[in-house]
Design a protein around this ligand. Structure first.
Ligand code: ADE
Length: 246
């Protein structure tokens, strides 16, 4: 999969693209991430990329010209290309959106700065506005990293045999069960006995129940309006009964 990131701060990205799972995928060529410095498409000696807003007001607006020229310089790869602007006004990014984007052949990410980008870029050249949450960042760069990470790891071959992403939190709409590794006792706390039993079916059910319990405790919103299977409904009843007992 190919990503193009249009930014005023290309230097933010290399360390992020060189380490860990993503770093490996980039080295192997499974992910091809290119950085484009919007400033290099600005005119004049000072390469100005922002200007005061028409109508007055605080803050500066990113000029449309340099972003447009930067977009034009990008050769489109494959038949499923999407241009995304990272902005707090966008659609909320989540795992389902990440899966949709993982189907694309080429994702172009525009990182906004200042008060925003000129509206004519959004109306004429952006397919999707995306927000990573209801808070304001100083720019779209960190949001672009979030998108590259969450989408990139869904691309076949990126995780290798290391971990199946189908077991992750959110993949089936629930939070993941707790994890334990050695030592068996850590600072007086034992690993739950059942995980040492070797009984795979009982472990599966225990994990499912823990997963439901966590979701109920920490993110009850994820269980709302959700069709649960028979086993999940039974486990939830058990959890509720235990909670009543206190
Ligand atoms: N730029 C500034 N804040 C943002 C957010 N929350 N999501 C995406 N891009 C942003």
């Amino acid at each position: 999969m190919r990503f193009d990131i249009l930014t005023l701060f290309p230097d933010f990205f290399p360390p992020f693209l060189e380490e860990g799972v993503l770093g490996r995928a980039v080295k192997k060529g499974i992910l091809n991430v290119r950085l484009t410095d919007i400033r290099s498409f600005a005119d004049g000696r000072h390469k100005v990329t922002d200007d005061r807003p028409y109508g007055g007001g605080n803050g500066m607006v990113m000029k449309p010209g340099p972003i447009y020229q930067a977009l034009k310089s990008i050769e489109r790869t494959g038949d499923d290309v999407i241009t995304i602007l990272l902005t707090p006004q966008g659609r909320k990014f989540n795992q389902a959106v990440a899966w949709d984007l993982a189907e694309k052949s080429h994702i172009i990410l525009i990182c906004g700065r200042y008060e925003g980008v000129d509206e004519r870029i959004i109306s004429g050249h952006v397919d999707l506005e995306l927000s990573i949450g209801d808070y304001v960042l100083s720019g779209g760069e960190t949001a672009a990293m979030v998108v590259v990470d969450a989408v990139g790891r869904l691309v076949p071959g990126v995780l290798g045999g290391e971990k199946s992403n189908t077991e992750d939190s959110f993949e089936d709409g629930l939070l993941e069960h707790p994890h334990f590794t050695r030592p068996r006792n850590f600072m007086g706390q034992d690993v739950p006995e059942i995980l040492l039993s070797g009984d795979h079916e009982r472990i599966r059910i225990w994990r499912r129940k823990e997963s439901l319990k966590r979701t109920l405790e920490k993110r009850p919103d994820l269980l709302k309006d959700r069709d649960l299977g028979e086993e999940d409904r039974r486990l939830l009843k058990e959890i509720e009964k235990l909670a009543e007992k206190g």
